[in-house]
Design a binder for this molecule. Structure first.
Ligand SMILES: NC(=O)c1ccc[n+]([C@@H]2O[C@H](COP(=O)([O-])OP(=O)(O)OC[C@H]3O[C@@H](n4cnc5c(N)ncnc54)[C@H](OP(=O)(O)O)[C@@H]3O)[C@@H](O)[C@H]2O)c1
Length: 275
């Protein structure tokens, strides 16, 4: 088992726990007896989840409201855990979002915030917390990428690239850590109904158009597959057979053929990508 045994003073940090996949991963870990440190910006939602987990599973659930685009806030996390006498033995880097549309029309601040959240925060939190896990010879890291990691994604170019980064980084880190007692799992979900589409400003119609209905997996199933994969020490978890096939095809397909088709079918590009 790659999942450390929960102890009174150990905690699982889950970023992006105020909604969607992160909240469900927190529930799944709590069900297995792990104490939680819930991180996101919306403190009220984190507090409600912490109360729910403490009541339902008798685990210690802490809340840290933080904007993960901010390097200063990220840098304070180890001291905030130490002040609560907590040792992080699980790190779930799950917070993330996508911008939508052609790069030529992109909002600079939104693009940078996406890269800071999806990429910089993952690297930073691994850099902050993995050394302690290695020293203690006990730890598990779960990073949320996406099936978008397996091929470029016109219409969400920065998002696709950010998730390719997370997948590559996690695989390399996992290889480095072999034999140290610390495992790394990269979760690559296909489409999941969460707050993701709304945050991206997608209409329901656009969300439905991104990928066919049979590829959508319920959020609880995604979280269960993620935590089971983490417990089994798997390097990559892609929930759902159709998504595993889609990821394989996306990876192998000649990009010169695939990308023009993707431009044509993306809801924000298919009308005219140059306007
Ligand atoms: N849903 C999908 O179809 C899908 C598919 C593949 C991969 N994913 C990935 O799954 C992960 C979770 O997304 P989701 O689907 O669960 O969407 P979601 O419901 O919108 O949740 C996103 C989470 O990220 C947090 N977050 C965003 N920006 C943040 C920031 N600057 N600082 C701290 N926390 C921040 C949000 O919390 P606050 O707003 O409270 O800060 C929220 O808890 C993301 O990495 C996403 O890319 C989603």
């Amino acid at each position: 088992m790659a999942l450390p045994t929960p102890q009174a003073d150990t905690t699982a940090i889950v970023t992006g726990a105020s909604s969607g996949i992160g909240a469900e991963i927190a529930r799944e870990l709590a069900r297995r007896g792990h104490g939680l440190t819930l991180v996101a910006r919306r403190e009220d939602r984190l507090k409600a989840l912490a109360d729910e987990l403490a009541q339902a599973h008798s685990v210690r659930a802490e809340v840290i409201a933080a904007d993960l685009t901010d390097a200063g806030s990220r840098g304070e996390l180890p001291a905030q855990l130490a002040a609560r006498s907590l040792t992080p033995d699980i790190l779930v880097n799950n917070a993330g979002f996508t911008t939508m549309g052609a790069v030529q029309k992109a909002d600079r601040a939104a693009e940078l915030a996406m890269v800071r959240t999806n990429v910089e925060a993952v690297v930073d939190l691994c850099t902050l917390f993995v050394p302690g896990m290695v020293q203690r010879r006990r730890g598990a890291v779960l990073n949320t990428a996406s099936t978008a990691a397996f091929q470029p994604l016109p219409g969400q170019a920065g998002y696709g690239a950010s998730k390719a980064f997370v997948l590559s980084y996690g695989r390399a880190l996992g290889a480095e850590l072999r034999g140290t007692g610390v495992s790394v799992t990269t979760l690559c979900p296909g489409p999941v109904e969460t707050g993701f589409a709304e945050t991206a400003g997608m209409t329901d119609e656009e969300a439905g158009e991104t990928l066919p209905r049979f590829m959508w997996i319920p959020v609880g199933d995604v979280a269960r597959a993620a935590v089971e994969g983490l417990a089994a020490g798997r390097a990559v978890v892609i929930p759902g057979t159709a998504n595993r096939i889609g990821a394989g095809l996306g990876h192998l397909a000649p990009k010169a053929l695939l990308l023009p088709l993707m431009v044509k079918s993306h809801p924000r590009l298919k009308t005219d990508p140059t306007t």
